[in-house]
Structures are given as structure tokens and as C-alpha cells.
Design a protein around this ligand. Structure first.
Ligand code: KIV
Length: 262
């Protein structure tokens, strides 16, 4: 899958993206047929146990992007640019994005709108595809005062449209719209020619993205917009409890699981 294929899907076929952070789950989500795999900085919350995404480092991302890339997914591999690895200027953004590309990313995702125009524009100009991210920007959680819906006022809605247009003009190939009222996400989607990918922003975008651990039932407090497709937490707990019982009872390992000298 290329960025051009994703761009060509607007108005033709809904785009399905999901996050993954390691080799085995990247293989599985790819086999399931997703169009894009995001190594999101949600890594910090759903894998590393932090309260937000601010403590995720470039080094963390490089390790997880490389692990996902080793699965050789057919899906487009997009990597989040962690907090303060691009906001400090074009030079830093180019240097850090290029490290993510060398680790296996085929595109990067910084957060923000008009204020990161130059950064997005330079990344694209020098060959690094960019997916934008507007609406709730989790990397701004401290100034926002929490993970809250964005775009409820007319002024905020107008700004979202301007942000989307700026990202398109800067050369982004797609835009994630997070936690925005559905009608506002629809207006944003209709205002740009590049695909929009919703998360908690309703059905009118060109595609959807969810965090894998929410979909699988592995997060303790998933957001209300995340649909849980399976309760993997129970499956894992039950399987491991069975193993513990069998070890304690001596039922495991039974003869088929070990060898002895004849
Ligand atoms: O970090 C992440 O997983 C994301 C998605 C929520 C879009 O940015």
C-alpha cells in the first residue's frame, strides 16, 4: 500500500487503519487486511503504562517501528512523531522523521494544523509523506486540560477547516480527525481533497482508525468511541490461570511436552 493508493481511495472505498506496536500484532492486523498500520504514540498509554503520550521518546518509537516493519506489512506503515521531536523546527523534524523512515516507517504523523505548516511542507518536499492529525491533539493534553472533544463552537469548527486546508496545502496525504463532533468532521472532510481518517469523530470521514488494544479489550479505561470487538483480557487471564493450575497440579508438562533419554 502506498500513500498514492490511500489518496486514491477518497470517495471510492472507506479506509480502515489501526495501530500496532510490535511484530506479532503487526503480522495479524496486516493479515486481517487493514490499509494502514499506525505505530502511534498511544504506545505510551496502552503498552508502556503512562498516563498520556508525552513521555514517549523517539528511541521508544524507533524500537517499535522497527518491530512492526519486520512483519513486512502490505499495509502502509505510519509512525507518530513523539512530543517535541518536530515542534522545535524544520531541521529537528527532518532529522527525527528520517530516523523513523530508516527504522521502516513509510510516512510520519505529527500533530497540529496551520502552526506546523512549514514542518509538514519541508518533510514532504524532502520525500517523507505526512499524515496530519487535528481535533484533539493528545500531545497538547496539558494545555487542553484533558482528553476533551474539540470543535464544539463555530470558531473551533472554522479553525479545524482552516487547519485541514493548511495541511493539504503543505502536502499531507491524509488527515486524522480525533474527537470532533460528527457534523464538523463531515464539513472538514468535504473541505479537502485528501482523505480524512476519523477516531471518535463519526461516520462521515473517508476512513476510521482505532487503537488496537481498545479493539481487543486490553485497555482498562477505553474511550467511549472505541468499539471493543473481543474481550482478549478475559481470554488471556483464563488461559494463564489454566496454565498456573496445571503447573501447580503437575498436569503440565504432560509427556507430549518433554523428551527424555531412551
Ligand atoms: O497515537 C495514536 O494511536 C494516534 C491515534 C489515536 C490516531 O494518534
Amino acid at each position: 500500500m502506498t500513500v498514492q493508493t490511500i489518496m486514491g481511495m477518497k470517495g471510492r472505498q472507506r479506509i480502515a487503519m489501526i495501530t500496532a506496536y510490535d511484530y506479532p500484532t503487526a503480522r495479524l492486523v496486516d493479515q486481517a487486511g487493514v490499509d494502514g498500520i499506525l505505530v502511534g504514540d498511544s504506545l505510551g498509554m496502552v503498552v508502556l503504562g503512562f498516563e498520556n503520550t508525552l513521555r514517549v521518546t523517539l528511541r521508544d518509537m524507533l524500537i517499535h517501528v522497527a518491530a512492526v516493519a519486520r512483519a513486512k506489512p502490505k499495509a502502509l506503515l505510519i509512525a507518530d512523531m513523539p512530543f517535541m521531536t518536530y515542534e522545535t523546527g524544520v531541521r529537528d523534524a527532518l532529522r527525527n522523521a528520517s530516523r523513523l523512515v530508516r527504522a521502516g516507517a513509510e510516512a510520519v504523523k505529527p500533530e497540529g494544523g496551520q502552526e506546523i505548516f512549514d514542518i509538514v511542507n519541508n518533510l514532504v518536499k524532502f520525500g517523507i509523506p505526512v499524515m496530519g492529525h487535528i481535533g484533539l491533539n493528545p500531545q497538547r493534553v496539558l494545555s487542553l486540560g484533558g482528553f476533551k472533544m474539540v470543535g464544539k463552537t463555530e470558531e473551533q469548527a472554522k479553525k479545524l477547516i482552516e487547519d485541514a486546508k493548511a495541511l493539504q496545502e503543505a502536502g499531507a496525504f491524509a488527515i486524522v480527525i480525533e474527537m470532533v463532533p460528527a457534523s464538523v468532521a463531515k464539513a472538514v472532510t468535504e473541505s479537502v481533497k485528501i482523505p480524512t481518517i476519523c477516531i471518535g469523530a463519526g461516520p462521515h470521514c473517508d476512513g476510521q482508525i482505532l487503537v488496537l488494544h481498545d479493539v481487543l479489550g486490553l485497555t482498562e479505561r477505553p474511550p467511549s468511541f472505541a468499539k471493543r470487538y473481543v474481550d482478549l483480557a478475559s481470554v488471556i487471564r483464563d488461559a494463564v490461570a489454566k496454565y498456573v493450575n496445571e503447573v501447580r497440579s503437575g498436569e503440565f508438562p504432560s509427556p507430549e511436552y518433554f523428551k527424555d533419554i531412551k
